[in-house]
Design a protein around this ligand. Structure first.
Ligand SMILES: [Zn+2]
Length: 358
């Protein structure tokens, strides 16, 4: 197994942009936090800023990001054992839903568990299990930083329960996930409630955009739901500064419901994970009158195995109608779930189908 240390020959390959060495190692630059393949055309850093890794995955593990010019992740590795470790890394990354056991990894690669473990550790410096855990924690931290709720961040990072996370968190985060999640800026929210064809309609917004659209039977239930959704925000029903936009946005939702507009394009101020946004963006592509299955959405975002996570992202939608999660149904065309009541989902889909045919 080739070793990557402070071999001067590696630095020579970097200085001469030796393309024949692409795939045998990458070099990372501490000052920029970026790693490259040897042939990258970018300007050369100072030698003391540089660190070498056998694998892109190992560089990322150490906190570096892939260069956008030379795309070091796209090179195949020369060495078969290292290429194998890459495949294991990829399998772990793809299966963040159900963590892979060493036995499953071993079966899928045809290597003995012992050999697999040893080879992986030699290249990556950690075991496959530690790699999977560390990937989840990194993902979780990124999700929380982007403003997602701790629960959503947790599920998106592949933690099946909060226990798994809390067990790891004190060691890795240095604080509990809940404390970490409160780091975000406080939100100031105002809301308004109106009648619509589906019952009562709540629209809530910050000065940046709509943060909640909900349907319900009673105003109290809707307001309670809003407070539960944003427990740390300051919430009010009167705020003269935001009111004009709020009324405008409420009217846009109502007009859409009355079939005067085919789609609603409102500014949204919703904190969510990158995964949730990918799902929601996909939902917004579903045209009026059409439906998709959870599996189709999972395929469309390039995560065919993440059907359950897609269903959770639909269920955690904060903006009814605006993000049309009601247009996602089960494979067998039964309705599946709807956060604001199955009866409403059925009515909405019927009305949209009628709007198309009339
Ligand atoms: Zn580069």
């Amino acid at each position: 197994m080739p070793s990557v240390t402070n071999n001067p020959e590696l630095w020579d390959a970097v200085l001469s942009r030796d393309a024949s060495r692409d795939g045998s190692f990458v070099f990372a630059v501490r000052s920029t936090g970026i790693y490259c393949r040897p042939s990258c055309p970018a300007r050369r850093p100072r030698r003391e800023q540089v660190q070498f890794f056998q694998l892109p995955e190992a560089a990322e593990q150490a906190g570096f990001r892939a260069c956008r010019r030379c795309r070091p992740r796209r090179v195949r590795h020369h060495h078969p054992e290292i290429e194998l470790v890459r495949r294991v890394c990829a399998a772990i990354e793809e299966n963040d839903e159900q963590p892979l056991t060493l036995e499953k990894l071993s079966a899928s690669t045809g290597l003995s568990a012992h050999h697999l473990q040893r080879t992986f550790k030699e290249v990556m410096g950690i075991t496959p299990r530690q790699y999977a855990e560390s990937r989840r924690l990194t993902q979780f931290k990124a999700n929380v930083k982007s403003g997602a709720s701790v629960t959503a961040a947790m599920y998106d990072a592949g933690y099946g329960s909060s226990r798994g996370l809390y067990e790891k968190s004190s060691a890795h985060l240095g604080m509990t996930p809940a404390t970490y999640g409160r780091g975000g800026r406080g939100m100031r929210i105002i809301y308004t409630i109106a009648d619509c064809s589906l019952g009562r309609l709540l629209v809530a917004a910050t000065e940046r955009g709509v943060c909640s659209v909900a349907l319900g039977d009673s105003d109290i239930e809707l307001v309670k739901g809003l407070f539960a959704e944003y427990p740390n925000a300051s919430i009010d029903s009167k705020d003269t500064a935001i009111s004009p936009s709020l009324n405008l946005w409420l009217n846009q939702v109502l007009e859409h419901l009355n079939r005067k507009t085919p789609r609603i394009d409102l500014p949204l101020d919703i904190r969510a994970t990158a995964f949730q946004w990918r799902v929601w963006d996909e939902l917004r592509q579903i045209p009026l009158g059409a439906t998709r299955s959870y599996q189709q959405i999972a395929n469309a975002i390039g995560k065919p195995k993440a059907v359950r996570a897609v269903a959770r992202a639909c269920a955690s939608n904060h903006a009814a109608l605006v993000i049309p999660c009601h247009r996602v149904v089960r494979e067998d065309k039964t309705l599946g779930g709807y956060r604001w009541g199955l009866e409403r989902k059925r009515k909405l889909l019927d009305a949209e189908e009628r709007a198309l045919t009339s």
